[in-house]
Ligand binder design. Structure first.
Ligand code: PLP
Ligand code: MN
Length: 377
């Protein structure tokens, strides 16, 4: 036993064939039809453009769903993105052939895990680098002789988070290309602050500035004699603009497959459906104008705002395990009733749950582990 006090993971809240109404709550629901339609929509959005999709699994944190996305996207998928080593491991274990960890990997433990995942993978594993001596050389040393990891140079295209400047990308790529066990695969050019710009025209304008930076990178790489590289980046919000920019080889939308209220409130050029809900039970009806449900801040992330509630009942926080709904006169909601909540932000909400409950037509069709659940390790 590695962890003192560890017990078997909580019993799954549902079994296949069960009616949704009988599922133990709070439960993370995935409308499997809507999820599949969202993948089809992404596929049609990139088909015929030459741009490939690399869906980001940070939204669902499930190796099985990552694999399913690739099957649905077919030849239009480049692979998937992971944001944590656990996501990378979950994807490799599920048999995903090309996984790009869109983060720098620092520390002996994580480097060892990336090296082990790369050895285990039947395809490719990639990571981001923005510092040759502090990141690239350690990873290169940790890899077995016969294992090659794809190194993508992270370029800061305006977010001012990680990444080298566009002019530093080619020199770093050249340094990396001399390492024995790293292959310079391309550049990661992601601007997270643009994803939720409400106006699609303003988002397009902002992506045009990103595209100028990416073009500078492309030209510098070519001038340095690095002919084969991939430019990858973007998310659900900038998807159409990235695709049309002419400078991206891959796009990385994550939230598109489940969606959330934050994404529901901006203008879209490509429309995805809500597929994620949290199922909750009415625990108490202490007053005619108030009821209490069993989904508090441990079941539905509240940082980006309260969830929408089935029947337009306003939700306010009742603490960690409770939510309070203020009811209108005449609302006959009874103790034991089940309600669906639609979360404000998918990624942190999913991360609160151990299981995905997939359903079609009101019936559970699959129960999947959120196998990469965790804070970031
Ligand atoms: N790519 C990277 C590097 C990200 O960090 C994210 C989200 O944070 C995404 C893609 C996916 O973005 P979205 O969920 O907005 O589609
Ligand atoms: Mn997010």
């Amino acid at each position: 036993l590695l962890v003192t006090g560890a017990r078997a993971l909580a019993k799954p809240p549902a079994v296949i064939g069960q009616k949704l109404h009988d599922v133990a709550t709070p439960a993370l629901l995935l409308d499997a039809d809507a999820f599949e339609r969202n993948c089809e929509t992404l596929k049609s959005a990139v088909a015929l453009t030459g741009v490939r999709a690399r869906p980001h699994m940070k939204a669902h944190k499930s190796g099985a769903l990552a694999k399913r996305q690739l099957e649905l996207l077919d030849v239009h998928a480049a692979g998937v993105c992971a944001q944590t080593v656990s996501e990378l491991e979950a994807a490799v274990d599920a048999g995903v052939g090309d996984v790009l960890l869109t983060n720098e990997v620092v520390g002996a433990d994580k480097i060892e895990r990336v090296a082990a995942a790369a050895k285990k993978s039947s395809g490719r594993v990639g990571v981001l680098i923005d510092d040759f001596w502090a990141q690239a050389t350690d990873l290169n040393l940790a890899l077995d002789d016969d294992v090659i990891v794809d190194a993508y140079v992270e370029v800061d295209v305006g977010q001012r988070r990680c990444g080298v400047s566009p002019s530093e990308a080619a020199p770093l790529a050249l340094q990396i290309s001399r390492l024995k066990n790293l292959r310079f695969a391309g550049c990661h050019c992601y601007h997270g602050l643009l994803q939720h710009v409400p106006s699609k025209a303003e988002r397009r304008e902002a992506v045009a500035d990103v595209a100028d930076a990416v073009r500078e990178v492309r030209n510098a790489l070519s001038a340095a004699g690095l002919a084969e590289f991939v430019i990858t980046g973007g998310g659900t919000g900038t998807l159409a603009a990235d695709r049309d920019s002419g400078v991206f080889d891959e796009v990385q939308p994550g939230s598109f497959c489940v969606m959330d209220l934050q994404y529901g409130s901006i203008e879209h050029e490509i429309v995805f459906e809500r597929a994620l809900e949290v199922l909750t039970t009415v625990l108490s009806r202490p007053a005619p104008n108030r009821c209490v449900v069993d989904a508090g801040s441990k079941a539905v992330d509240l940082v980006a705002g309260p969830p929408d509630v089935e029947g337009n009942r306003p939700y306010r926080s009742g603490g960690d395990e409770h939510g309070i709904l203020d009811l209108e006169a005449g609302d006959d909601l009874a103790v034991g009733a089940k309600l669906r909540l639609y979360p404000s932000h998918c990624d942190p909400c999913v991360n609160l749950h151990d299981h995905w409950i997939l359903h079609r037509g009101g019936v559970v069709v699959d129960v999947l582990a959120v196998d990469a659940r965790g804070s970031g390790c």
